[in-house]
Design a protein around this ligand. Structure first.
Ligand code: HEM
Length: 364
């Protein structure tokens, strides 16, 4: 009978430590390194479980009609926990790399057609964060879930249907009161500041003595693209076109709110929302870094061979790293940042509105 007050029972160690079953058989038994391979994967799956535990809680918080500051603070703390787990995932790949390609070949064939590609928890994490299903890479025409069991596929597709963290954050941003400034037309003031900055930048390119004509023309063309990007920011219809082409995922209002929070992060009321945005950027970056790191491991382990899961191997993995991201829009925000010194000064009533208001009067 399990006793929750006994260490091994509480942790179900009998089951946990009896769950490593190498399948290879060399002349003298299983390949030595297969144990490491199994344990590293199992450790990953445990951390995936913890990440999902945090993400589900954060999704529940952010999906509410209103998100009080206390709840937001807890959501940020949980996202920071996910951020803290991510380096451990990358670190585990380093442990796995103590196995050489030849050591791996001792048992690789016995694994076909199994692959990390079939990690249902990894797919659920991607979906709960908000990886866009329609932009996912297909493998020889088949969707990413084709090689899952029916149960795993059902779980993964259910996670695809539920609102993701990206969608919750989108709605939360879009309904913030920050976009309304009474009589103060913030966006006109900001646009003026942006135009001044862009003019200054163009003059710098035009006068740069280190550029020849060709290089100058290239830089000016790229500057024109930046101007174009700003134009879409000030025009809801042009933004909608970018959105329709999948080049933006946040709604227009949400994108502007995220930009405002980023620009005025020093204002007390924006501290917590800014931390949330930073945590989302960290998580997106952490998974992307893991994906690239994993692609490199795969290349050094199997070279240009195809994967046991049937993809092109490291080439597929690098493409997936570029494409399967949820919060790319937040990485675009710095394009629209201008120096603090050039930011429009907020009128006093607006500043007061953005200051902390004591919920429970504390004297004075
Ligand atoms: C010797 C070590 C490893 C090798 C050679 C390897 C190889 C591969 C390959 C080739 C793929 C592409 C799918 C395929 O064709 O099979 C893949 C996908 C994947 N692997 Fe690994 N892998 C290794 C270790 C790991 C570890 C430790 C994990 C941790 C769970 C992992 C998780 C994944 C995931 C989640 C995918 C799907 C990625 C995506 O589709 O974006 N792999 N792996």
């Amino acid at each position: 009978m399990a006793d929750a007050r006994y260490y091994a029972d509480y942790l179900a160690l009998d089951r946990l430590l009896d769950a490593q079953h190498p399948v290879s058989s060399l002349d003298d038994g299983p390949a030595h390194d297969e144990m490491l391979f199994i344990i590293v994967h199992q450790a990953f799956e445990l951390w995936f479980k913890q990440i999902l535990w945090e993400l589900e809680a954060v999704n529940a918080t952010m999906g509410a009609d209103t998100v009080p500051a206390r709840d937001l603070s807890r959501a940020v703390a949980r996202l920071r926990r996910v951020v803290a787990i991510q380096p451990l995932l990358r670190g585990q790949l380093e442990v796995l790399e103590t196995m050489t390609p030849l050591d791996f070949l001792d048992f690789r064939d016995a694994l076909v057609p199994a692959s990390g590609f079939q990690s249902a928890q990894f797919r659920v994490i991607e979906n709960r964060l908000g990886v866009e299903p329609t932009t996912r890479l297909r493998i020889k025409g088949a969707p990413y879930h084709a090689r899952l069991t029916d149960d795993d596929r059902a779980r993964v597709l259910q996670a695809e249907r539920e609102p993701s963290l990206l969608e919750h954050v989108d709605r939360w941003l879009a309904r913030t009161p920050f976009l309304r400034f009474g009589d103060f037309d913030f966006w006109t003031a900001y646009r003026g500041a942006v135009n001044d900055m862009l003019d200054r930048e163009r003059t710098i390119i035009e006068r740069n003595p280190n550029l020849d004509d060709e290089a100058r023309a290239e830089e000016l063309a790229s500057h024109d693209e930046t101007i174009d990007g700003f134009a879409a920011l000030f025009d809801r219809d042009r933004y909608a076109q970018l959105h329709a082409r999948g080049l933006r995922r946040l709604s227009y209002d949400a994108f502007l709110a995220a930009l405002l929070i980023t620009l005025y992060r020093d204002e007390p009321i924006f501290h917590l929302p800014f931390q949330l945005l930073v945590a989302l950027v960290d998580i997106d970056e952490g998974f992307t870094a893991w994906r690239y790191r994993h692609a490199l491991l795969v290349q050094r382990m199997i070279g240009d061979k195809v994967g046991t899961g049937g993809t092109s191997g490291h080439v597929y993995l690098q493409k997936a790293a570029e494409r399967h991201r949820a919060f790319g829009d937040l990485f675009s925000l710095p394009t629209f940042c201008i120096p603090r010194s050039a930011l429009p000064e907020l009128p006093e009533p607006v500043r007061r509105q953005l200051g902390f208001r004591w919920e429970h009067g504390s004297g004075g």
